[in-house]
Design a protein around this ligand. Structure first.
Ligand code: ATP
Ligand SMILES: Nc1nc2c(ncn2[C@@H]2O[C@H](COP(=O)(O)O)[C@@H](O)[C@H]2O)c(=O)[nH]1
Length: 298
């Protein structure tokens, strides 16, 4: 309430700060559910016990889509079935609606959990020129609901590559800064040459929104992701044969002979590590390989 000691603008600033803090706290709770640090059932219990808390002020729509298996379409069907308005906040649900949403979670929980306890983070790795980029681009085209990570790199753009779309092209100083500020989920010097890394924030945001996230990275990066999140799904893309791999590299025409030789040396090391991965997919035909990778993320 405004008075002589608390003029209205001071109250407005304080209220806006409180609103920002509450929004951040709700976003953090959603991320915890998406990352499975917190179960939806625990979040509901907090919301019902304290309707004014960040959990209690979360909208039912936000709550449902924080569960990775629930997208917007499914969310709307669930709310309609439960007779709950999408504008409702968890703490504002009536007794009947609380029972309905709790019963729904109890009944459907087994199928809402990620398959065999895996997170929604998916790594696609494999030797140079096997077609990781091509398969990842096909997945992004066919499945816009899957978030494709854009890496930072110190390598120069190839003709046609667009900053912010194919990579964030940065210099060494900026890459150092990203590492020092903890802005990368993983990073590595690839083919003993340039540095590549996965920006952390867009990944966490997409996971927080319940999306599947695809990282197209090298073996060193895949190992770091496994360390950071043992429940990530690691997929290794294989060529139909070694000769076909060499042909694809030569056919792409983006590297000179020396760089091709360097990449093929790394390819031998990467192929020898394929058994560290959860799944192996042969990229014989792009569409098939893309759908096979997607089926492993379901
Ligand atoms: N299934 C396929 N059949 C034939 N050619 C393919 C197939 N998949 C990809 N290619 C071609 O192989 C070449 C290499 O593909 P791409 O650049 O996607 O490989 P990459 O694994 O991302 O390579 P790098 O690790 O070197 O970046 C490209 O010219 C691409 O068009
Ligand atoms: N560890 C990481 N590796 C990455 C990342 N982004 C790409 N890569 C890998 O680098 C090589 C070479 O890529 P190119 O575009 O120069 O041909 C390839 O194996 C990519 O998978 C990353 O963020 N981290």
């Amino acid at each position: 309430m405004a008075d002589a000691q608390h003029p209205p603008e001071v109250d407005r600033v304080a209220a806006s700060r409180r609103a920002v803090a509450a929004r951040r706290a709700r976003a953090s709770l959603k991320k915890d559910v998406a990352m499975r640090v917190l179960t939806p059932q625990e979040l509901l219990r907090r919301a019902f016990a304290e309707p004014a808390s960040p959990a209690g002020t979360m909208r039912v729509t936000e709550f449902l889509t924080s569960i990775p298996a629930i997208g917007e379409g499914k969310r709307d069907r669930i709310l309609e079935r439960l007779g709950i308005s999408p504008v409702k906040r968890l703490g504002g649900l009536g007794a009947r609606q609380r029972r309905a949403i709790e019963a729904f979670l109890d009944e459907r929980w087994p199928e809402l959990q990620p398959r065999d306890g895996r997170s929604r983070l998916v790594v696609l790795a494999g030797p140079t020129a096997v077609g990781k980029g091509t398969v990842a681009a096909a997945i992004a085209r066919q499945h816009p609901e899957i978030h494709l990570s854009v890496s930072a790199t110190t390598r120069a753009p190839r003709p046609g590559e667009v900053d912010g779309e194919h990579y964030y092209f940065v210099d060494d100083a900026e890459f150092d800064r990203l590492v020092d500020d903890g802005e990368l989920l993983e990073h590595a010097t690839v083919h003993n040459r340039f540095r590549y890394g996965t920006p952390r924030e867009p990944i966490e945001r997409a996971l927080g929104e319940g999306k599947t996230v695809l990282l197209e990275i090298d073996l060193q990066g895949a190992r770091q992701v496994r360390e950071a999140d043992p429940s990530a799904t690691l997929v290794f893309l294989l060529p139909p044969s070694w000769d076909e791999l060499v042909q694809r590299l030569v056919g792409r025409g983006t590297e000179g002979a020396e760089e091709r030789a360097r990449r093929l040396r790394t390819a031998k090391v990467e192929l020898a590590a394929q058994h560290e991965f959860d799944y192996r997919v042969v990229n014989d035909e792009v569409g098939h390989a893309a759908e096979e990778v997607v089926s492993l993320t379901r």
